[in-house]
Design a protein around this ligand. Structure first.
Ligand code: GCO
Ligand code: MG
Length: 422
């Protein structure tokens, strides 16, 4: 027998044979008020799918990962094989997980779901099993440097129809605080420029202030409004217990990111000692990052987002695991998650039983010049709309008018200069 390589023609890719063959995957980086990274996947018969790959402060790394590594391997593949493409980019790379990789995979996955919806003429939530609810409960942010400003901001949010509101305020003695603006403008943490802004952090000052602020806001809104608060990874488990106990009477919807969650077993202490509901997970990228928190029920809400946790396919796996343990989904939805990702989250939310609430920070008006979205907001609830696919299109000419601008998230130091978690 000749020792010669044989070509099995039946497994060769035939680009022209299938109309759903991917013919291009392009990356668009645009900055209508803030940076967004978008992937555009096109099939041979002209269907276009959009995916969000925005990783705040590290946008270009994901753009490069997509352009240099995923796009060339995507061309020629069958757009119908969403799960297989996901596995290809997850397992086939050997170097797994991490925010850059998973945002890039997530964008491709989202774009392929968009294409499948368009190919079949149905909204993506129909492909995910159909609606299990009529609309999706949502919360937005209220922010005020002092209590009167915060109360005013809360009133404004309630007047817009929200029934759930995240409240963040300034801390006496600190100049800048996560989630808080000094004026009426929306909070945007990423600062344009060539390096990160520095903030000073003082845990004692925060712990003295936060419980009274939350008590005052509960008094202001009465018992029927859902109140949430984001600690943004700042406390040790012991400090988290102190805060949790102090705010139990406020009856919060949740306390978010009380500790940096790398050491997940440390959350056991917090769970054992306070009944305050906990939400964690916006910086997680895979089901393996959430596994312990979910299976030990160390949290009540898992916060992973479509964009940062491997797309629609993977967030469904996370939420399905969470359902078994009575943990609910509550995806991250700041302005640095683009309307594509928000819309994808709404399709998941409409069709997933244990989906509790969607964060909806809203967008600068310039964002809607680039992203045309069909989702609607009414009386505190969102709906993704019924357009085939995800219901978001990108105006590429408008996107080109807003070139990328370098931007960084801030960093935080304690009063003695030590770097701490922002
Ligand atoms: C939230 C988040 C955000 C993040 C931001 C970082 O709960 O909405 O904590 O505000 O800080 O997305 O890019
Ligand atoms: Mg948060």
């Amino acid at each position: 027998m000749p020792c010669r390589a044989q070509t099995d023609r039946s497994t060769e890719k035939n680009v022209n044979a299938m109309s759903n063959t991917i013919v291009s995957a392009d990356v668009i980086v645009t900055s209508p008020s803030r940076n967004y990274v978008t992937v555009k996947v096109t099939t041979a018969d002209g269907l276009v799918g959009w995916g969000d790959a925005t990783l705040n402060g590290r946008e270009l790394s994901v753009a490069s990962y997509l352009r240099d590594h995923l796009a060339p391997a995507l061309v020629g593949r069958d757009a119908d094989r969403i799960e297989d493409v996901w596995q290809l980019f997850y397992r086939g790379v050997y170097w797994r997980r991490g925010p850059v990789t998973m945002a890039a995979i997530g964008a491709v996955d989202t774009a392929l779901w968009d294409i499948k919806g368009k190919a079949l003429g149905v909204p993506v939530y129909q492909l995910l099993g159909g609606a299990v609810r009529e609309q999706i409960l949502t919360y937005t942010h209220a922010t005020g440097w002092d209590l009167p400003a915060l109360c005013e901001s809360v009133d404004h949010v309630l007047a817009r129809g929200f029934r759930a509101v995240r409240v963040q305020s300034g801390v006496p003695g600190l100049n800048r605080v996560y989630g808080v603006t000094r004026g009426a403008q929306a909070y945007e943490p990423a600062g344009r420029g060539s390096g990160p802004a520095e903030e000073t952090w003082d845990t004692g000052a925060y712990l003295r202030h936060a419980p009274q602020m939350l008590r005052a806001i509960r008094e202001h809104v009465g018992p029927d409004i859902d109140l949430l608060h984001d600690v943004h990874h700042r406390l040790t488990p012991t400090e988290a217990v102190q805060l949790g106990k102090a705010v139990e009477p406020v009856n919060l919807f949740w306390l978010e990111d009380v500790t940096p969650a790398e050491n997940q077993q440390l959350l056991r202490q917090v769970r054992a000692q306070t009944s305050v509901p906990l939400a964690i997970g916006e910086v997680f990228n895979t089901v393996w990052d959430c596994q312990q928190l979910i299976t030990e029920r160390l949290i009540d809400y898992i916060r992973t987002a479509v964009v940062h946790a491997g797309g629609i396919s993977h967030i469904r796996k996370i939420l399905n695991l969470a359902e078994v343990f009575q943990v609910k989904g509550a995806p991250h939805g700041p302005s640095d998650v683009s309307p594509i990702s928000l819309s994808a989250s709404l399709h998941v939310g409409l069709s997933t039983t244990n989906f509790a609430i969607q964060e909806y920070m809203g967008y600068d008006p310039l964002v809607s010049e680039v992203f045309r979205s069909s989702f609607t907001f009414r009386d505190g609830y969102l709906h993704p709309g019924d357009e085939p696919g995800l219901g978001v299109t990108v105006d590429e000419e408008a996107a080109a008018r807003f070139p990328y601008e370098q931007a960084y998230l801030p960093i935080a130091r304690r009063r003695d200069g030590t770097m701490t978690d922002w």
